[in-house]
Ligand binder design. Structure first.
Ligand code: GDP
Ligand code: MG
Length: 600
C-alpha cells in the first residue's frame, strides 16, 4: 500500500456514545472480523474495560476496504476515552490524519466530546462529525447537529446520521474517511522515522510497540534506536493489527503496525518517542513528554512479612503499565511499603483492582493526594507526594509559598442545574471563567479548579446533583499558590503519619472533624480507651473517644458447648488479621483507610 492508499484515523467520542460499537461495525463491514456476536468490542481487550465499558488502553486495528475499485489500508487507531490518559490520547491522535467525532444524538455534545475535539483540532486533524444512535426514540438529529455547528464551527451539510448498533448509515462512514482524511505525508525514500504511540507487555514475546511509520520502511532484523533513551534494538517481528497481530515482511512509510524489539519492560517504551535506524539519526517528533503522575497514594502490605510478595506483584503489573510510578517508602505506622503515582483517579482505581487480583493478600491503600510544591525563600522548590512530609507549622521560617496543581474544567449540563453546578464548583474552590449556551437548554461552563478538589467526591456530587445529566472533563493547567495546611490524626495522642492529609485552610476544621468522626465509626473497641484527635497544623480541633471493652469473648457461651467457644476464638483471630497495629497498640482496620478516601 503506497501512502496515497493509506488512511490513519481515530474515533473520538464521549464515553458510551458508541465508539467501540462503531469500531466493531467497521471491522465487520470490511470482513476483518466476522459478524459472530462473540467478537463484540474486540478493541476493548482488558477485563476491567469490558466490565466498566470504558477504554483504558488504546487498541489499534487495520482493515482493507475497496473503494471505487481500489484497495485502501485503513488504520483505526483507538484512543483511551478518559481524561486521565490525555497524554496518550494526544499521542495516538498524532499518529492519525483524521478523526470521526461521534456524538450520541440523544445526549448531545458532552464534556469529553469538547475535550477530545480540541485535542484533535490542536493536532490539525480533519474532523468528520457523525451522529449516532438515531434508532433510539429520544434521538434529536436536528438539535445535535446545531450543537456541533455552534460549538465546533464544523460544516454539517453532509453530516452522517447512523446507528452503530443496528448498522443504519454505517456504510457511509468509510467513504467519507477516504475522501476527507488526507493520506499520510510520508517519504518512502527518506531514512526510517517512526512514532511510538502505544505499547503493551506480552508474556511470550515481551513488549509489543505500536509504531506509525512516517518515513522510510522497517523490516525484520533492522536495528533501530530510541531517540529518548538512546537504546538500540533489533526488530524481531513486525506486522499489522488485523485485528490481531499479523506478521508482514515490512512496514512501509505511512503505515501503522506493531513492532517487537525484545524490550524487557514497557518502561523502556516511552509513548511519543521517535525511532530511527542505527547510525541514521533523524529529527525527533515534537511534543515528547513522559506521562506525569498526578495522584499519589501509599500502598502497604497488611502483614509486614508480605512486603516482598507485594513488591513482586507490583513489578509484574508495572511491566504492563509503565505509567504507574513506584517508589519505596517507609511509614512509622505502617512499616515498609510503596508510594504509587497514577495519571488520575480512574487509573488508580483500575490499577488497585488489578493489584487485588494479582496479589492475594490484603493491602492498605492510603488516601490519594496530588503532588504539592513547597517553594522556599532561597528559590528552591520541593515536590511533596506524601502528606506526612508536608510542613505542619503556620509560620515556617524557610517556606515562601505552597503551590497546588490546578485544572481547567469543562462542565456541560441542562440549564436548570446552573445554580446547583455553581454551588458545587464554588464549594470546591472553583473560579468561573466563562459560560455559554450550546443550545436553548444546555449550558457549558469553564472553571479553574484545584486538582485536589476533584480527586474525591466532586464527580459523584456532579452526577447526583444533576441526576446524571452533567458531564465533566478537565485538563491540567499548572500550579497556583494556595493557603494549605496539614491535618494530623492522633490516636492516643500519637500522630499516625499514614493518616495525614493536606487541605486548604478554609476546609481544614471541617475535614479534620469529619475524619475523626468517620474513624470512630469504623474502629473497634479495645481493652483500653482510644482517643482520636485531629490537629490542623498542630492545633487540636476535635477529640473523639472509644470506650474500652473487656476481652471476655467466651463469656457469651454460658459455659456451654466447647466447639462453639473454639469457633468464637477462631473468628476473633481472623478478625485480628485484618487489623494493623499502629501508634501505641491502637489497631486500625483496613476500613479506616477506605472511609477516608470517600472525600471531604
Ligand atoms: P463507547 O464508550 O463510546 O465505546 O460506547 P460503546 O460502543 O461501548 O456503546 C455504549 C452503549 O451504547 C452500548 O450499550 C451500545 O450497545 C450502545 N450503542 C452504541 N451505538 C448505539 C446505537 O447506534 N443505537 C443504540 N440504540 N445503542 C447504541
Ligand atoms: Mg468503548
Amino acid at each position: 500500500f503506497p501512502p496515497e492508499r493509506v488512511r490513519n484515523f481515530s474515533i473520538i467520542a464521549h464515553i458510551d456514545h458508541g465508539k467501540s460499537t462503531l469500531a466493531d461495525r467497521l471491522l465487520e463491514l470490511t470482513g476483518t472480523i466476522s459478524k459472530d456476536s462473540s467478537n463484540k468490542q474486540v478493541l476493548d481487550k482488558l477485563k476491567v474495560e469490558r466490565e466498566r465499558g470504558i477504554t483504558v488502553k488504546a487498541q489499534t486495528a487495520s482493515m482493507i476496504y475497496n473503494y471505487k475499485g481500489e484497495d485502501y489500508l485503513l488504520n483505526l487507531i483507538d484512543t483511551p476515552g478518559h481524561v486521565d490518559f490525555s497524554y496518550e490520547v494526544s499521542r495516538s491522535l498524532a499518529a492519525c490524519q483524521g478523526t470521526v467525532l461521534l456524538v450520541d444524538c440523544c445526549q448531545g455534545i458532552q464534556a469529553q466530546t469538547v475535550a477530545n475535539f480540541f485535542m484533535a483540532f490542536g493536532e490539525g486533524l480533519s474532523i468528520i462529525p457523525v451522529l449516532n444512535k438515531i434508532d433510539l426514540p429520544g434521538a434529536d438529529i436536528e438539535k445535535t447537529a446545531r450543537q456541533i455547528e455552534t460549538t465546533f464551527e464544523l460544516d454539517i451539510s453532509n453530516m452522517l446520521s447512523i446507528s452503530a448498533k443496528t448498522g443504519i448509515g454505517v456504510a457511509g462512514v468509510l467513504p467519507q474517511i477516504i475522501e476527507q482524511v488526507p493520506a499520510p505525508t510520508a517519504d518512502a525514500t527518506a531514512p526510517f522515522r517512526g512514532l511510538l504511540f502505544d505499547s503493551w507487555y506480552d508474556q511470550y514475546v515481551g513488549v509489543v510497540c505500536l509504531v506509525a511509520i512516517r518515513d522510510g520502511n522497517l523490516r525484520k532484523g533492522d536495528r533501530i534506536v530510541s531517540a529518548h533513551t538512546g537504546n538500540t534494538y533489533e526488530v524481531t517481528d513486525l506486522g499489522i493489527m488485523f485485528p490481531h497481530q499479523t506478521a508482514t515482511t515490512s512496514l512501509e512509510a505511512g503505515q501503522v503496525g506493531y513492532v517487537v524489539l525484545g524490550m524487557k519492560t514497557t518502561r523502556d517504551a516511552h509513548i511519543g518517542d521517535t525511532f530511527y535506524r542505527e547510525h541514521h539519526p533523524v529529527a525527533a517528533f515534537p511534543g515528547f513528554e513522559p506521562a506525569k503522575s498526578m495522584v499519589f497514594a501509599g500502598c502497604y502490605p497488611m502483614d509486614a512479612a508480605d512486603y516482598t510478595k507485594l513488591q513482586e506483584a507490583l513489578d509484574r503489573l508495572t511491566l504492563n503499565d509503565a505509567s504507574v510510578s513506584v517508589a519505596r517508602e517507609a511509614s512509622v505506622a505502617l512499616g515498609q511499603g510503596f508510594r504509587l503515582g497514577f495519571l488520575g483517579t480512574l487509573h488508580m482505581d483500575v490499577f488497585r483492582e488489578r493489584l487485588q487480583e494479582e496479589y492475594d493478600s490484603t493491602v492498605i491503600n492510603t488516601a490519594p493526594t496530588v503532588p504539592y510544591i513547597v517553594r522556599y525563600h532561597n528559590g528552591e522548590e520541593k515536590t511533596i507526594r506524601n502528606p506526612a512530609q508536608f510542613p505542619d507549622v503556620d509560620q515556617h521560617p524557610h517556606v515562601a509559598a505552597f503551590l497546588e496543581p490546578t485544572v481547567a474544567g469543562t462542565l456541560i449540563f441542562p440549564a436548570e442545574y446552573l445554580g446547583a453546578m455553581m454551588d458545587l464548583c464554588g464549594a470546591h474552590r472553583g473560579l468561573l471563567h466563562d459560560y455559554t449556551y450550546i443550545d436553548e437548554r444546555r449550558v457549558m461552563m469553564k472553571y479553574t479548579l484545584p486538582m485536589s478538589e476533584i480527586l474525591t467526591d466532586f464527580y459523584d456530587q456532579l452526577k447526583s446533583r444533576t441526576s446524571g445529566y452533567a458531564s465533566f472533563d478537565y485538563e491540567e493547567t499548572g500550579y497556583e499558590p494556595a493557603d494549605l495546611v496539614k491535618i494530623n490524626i492522633l490516636l492516643n495522642a500519637k500522630p499516625v503519619d499514614a493518616l495525614a492529609t493536606i487541605v486548604h485552610r478554609s476546609h481544614a476544621d471541617r475535614v479534620a472533624k469529619d475524619w475523626a468522626k468517620r474513624l470512630k465509626t469504623v474502629m473497634n473497641r479495645q481493652l483500653f480507651e482510644i482517643t482520636i484527635q485531629a490537629a490542623v497544623n498542630n492545633r487540636i480541633v476535635c477529640r473523639e473517644s472509644i470506650s474500652p471493652v473487656r476481652k471476655d469473648v467466651t463469656a457469651k457461651c454460658y459455659g456451654g458447648d466447647i466447639t462453639r467457644k473454639m469457633k468464637l476464638l477462631d473468628r476473633q483471630k481472623a478478625g485480628k488479621k485484618k487489623l494493623k497495629t499502629v501508634a501505641g497498640g491502637v489497631q486500625l482496620p483496613q476500613e479506616a483507610f477506605l472511609t477516608l478516601m470517600k472525600g471531604h
